[in-house]
Ligand binder design. Structure first.
Ligand SMILES: [Zn+2]
Length: 293
């Protein structure tokens, strides 16, 4: 791996211009106006995977936007790494908050990026990271240093809740077999703090309808006998968590793994300054023990 720096230096201009080309395509999954651009982006990713050395690359249809699948199998007995990424991006609105147009990438030096960084929608979520893995494959295939099998699963619906990823996985279990899944679609604690994300909070939502009497009721005549739906709903929402913000729904934690003592210790080592945190968010208080220890 000692040649990786010189390989990057040698091919840097091409790497950057290829990534910029990818960033120029507005692959906005949430807006059906961009359906063609989604296909163009999937095709561009396919081409890049082929150039990087994949033996098989496919654009796989799903009931939604397609998934780009690629693989480089060198030896069935070796372990297989599956790289996950996504080629869709968030809608860029509101446009007037951009210093430069979202799909016209520019390289700028800033206080945070003294060496320069690309500014464009998707540059750091997730086209940039996804592209890094593609280029890592290129380096390893071109220099005969690939130590394992590699598969890529690059989806186009991450920004809209990965609606059909489950469907795709269920229909391609054999094809996606792997030993390790590698994802670079998370964040780093700081530029100088390498971070591994081992778990994420999920989200769950539902629509609840509370119905009441067939008309507005006079408080003097009916107050105290018939519940007002908004009061009932408020009580229901408030009862979802206890005083430590633990969720009170029976069975909610049944399949949630407890953090080990070691994991908690590791998390506690991460740099964190409560005053800075509060200042950044313009708030006076954060939840205590329950949230952070
Ligand atoms: Zn992402």
């Amino acid at each position: 791996m000692d040649n990786v720096t010189s390989y990057v230096e040698e091919h840097k201009d091409r790497f950057v211009s290829e990534l910029i080309d990818l960033l120029k395509i507005p692959s906005i999954s949430a807006d059906s106006k961009f359906k063609n651009e989604m296909i163009t982006t999937a095709q561009a990713v396919k081409t890049q995977l082929e150039k990087a050395g994949c033996d098989l690359v496919e654009i796989c249809d799903t009931p939604g936007h397609p998934v780009v699948y690629g693989e480089k199998i060198i030896d069935k007995n070796l372990p297989t790494v599956l790289v996950y990424g996504h080629y869709d991006v968030q809608p860029p609105d509101p446009l007037d908050l951009w210093n430069s147009p979202p799909f016209e990438p520019v390289i700028k030096k800033t206080e945070l990026h003294p060496d320069g960084a690309i500014f464009a929608r998707g540059a750091c979520d997730d086209k940039g990271q996804m592209y890094m893995h593609v280029k890592a494959l290129e380096y390893m295939t071109k220099t005969n240093q690939l130590p394992c099998n590699v598969k890529f699963m690059i989806e186009g619906e991450e920004e809209v809740g990965s609606e059909h990823l489950g469907w795709f996985i269920e229909n391609n279990i054999e094809k996606l077999q792997n030993d390790v899944i590698l994802i670079s679609d998370t964040s780093m604690i700081a530029k100088d703090v390498p971070s591994i994300t081992t778990g994420l909070r999920g989200l769950s939502y539902m629509e609840v309808e509370v119905t009441g009497p067939n008309r507005d009721l006079h408080s003097g005549l009916y107050g105290g006998t018939v519940g007002n739906p908004i009061n009932i709903l408020s009580k229901m929402i408030a009862s979802l968590t206890d005083e430590n913000n633990h969720i009170t729904i029976p069975g909610f934690y049944d399949e949630v793994e407890e953090l080990s003592k070691k994991e908690r210790e590791k998390m506690a080592e991460a740099p964190y300054n409560e005053d800075e945190y509060k200042k950044k968010l313009d708030i006076n208080d954060v939840y205590g023990e329950a949230g952070f220890s």
